[in-house]
Ligand binder design. Structure first.
Ligand code: PGA
Length: 255
């Protein structure tokens, strides 16, 4: 299956930015700029912005995602949000296992896997983030790290469920640092991820999975990154908060 048959997806990851009012304003700026996109366009926003974001994007081609979810349906998990809560208000996607959750909030491959399974069971589409630390790249164990994350994070995810999974390759050293992986580095690891998926499932299933690159992707480097055959889209942090920059990346993915 060639790249043209996979769904290109550009997703903004707003992180802890924008109040509900600011979210509405930014989405109103983004909507007309991406209205003719030939790729899927998503904004993943803070929990409290979700309702406003869904209202602001109703009837448009911009879909809304959350930035995390818990695996339990309900219960004594103070501060957490369930998949059912997200589904009920119309959320479609959810970012899981972002390196900031792994680094600062004790997220492990085991909990990423639990969240991924729960999201899929609820009909949400998880964007599962994997990526190596700079130290791991320097020690030449990028492939071991990625293979382990892919295997553990997708443990017990069926081939049918895999169709609703998006993988985001985000080298941790490139996130928010302005230091982008070269297009060759991004392609190399995205191709490696696809090969791992082919091993765990089969080639056809692997060929159908959208694999994004993330880490300082912006309007200036998107074209080159997205020209690579295994880079099917982007998970965009900083540049997703500026309407024109985000729209330029969407345009690059629409070619
Ligand atoms: P960045 O963030 O584009 O600001 O590097 C990407 C991400 O964390 O998803």
């Amino acid at each position: 299956m060639d790249k043209a048959k996979r769904k290109a997806i550009i997703a903004g990851n707003w992180k802890m930015n924008k109040t509900p009012k600011e979210a509405t304003a930014l989405l109103n700026e983004i909507k007309p700029l991406v209205a003719d996109a030939d790729c899927e366009v998503i904004a993943c926003v803070p929990y409290v912005d979700l309702a406003a974001a869904i209202e602001a994007t109703a009837g448009s081609n911009v879909k809304i995602g959350a930035e995390n979810c818990h695996w339990a349906a309900s219960g004594a998990f103070t501060g957490e949000i369930s998949t059912g809560m997200l589904k009920e208000i119309g959320v479609e996607y959810v970012v899981l296992g972002h390196s900031e959750r792994r680094q600062y909030f004790g997220e492990t491959d085991e909990t990423v896997n639990k969240r991924t399974k729960a999201a899929l069971a609820a009909g949400l589409k998880p964007i599962v983030c994997v990526g190596e630390l700079l130290w791991e790249r320097e020690c030449n164990i990028t492939e071991e790290v990625i293979a382990r994350q892919i295997k553990l994070d997708l443990w017990d995810v069926t081939e049918d469920e895999l169709q609703n999974v998006v993988i985001a390759y985000e080298p941790v050293w490139a996130i928010g640092t302005g230091k982008t992986a070269t297009a060759e580095q991004a392609e190399e690891v995205c191709a490696f991820i696809r090969a791992q998926l082919a091993k765990l499932y089969n080639q056809e299933a692997a060929d159908a999975v959208t694999i994004q690159y993330g880490g300082s992707m912006n309007d200036a480097n998107a074209d080159e990154l997205l020209s690579k055959v295994n880079v099917d889209g982007g998970l965009i942090g900083g540049a997703s908060l500026v309407a024109e920059k985000f729209a330029a990346i969407v345009k690059a993915a629409s070619k």
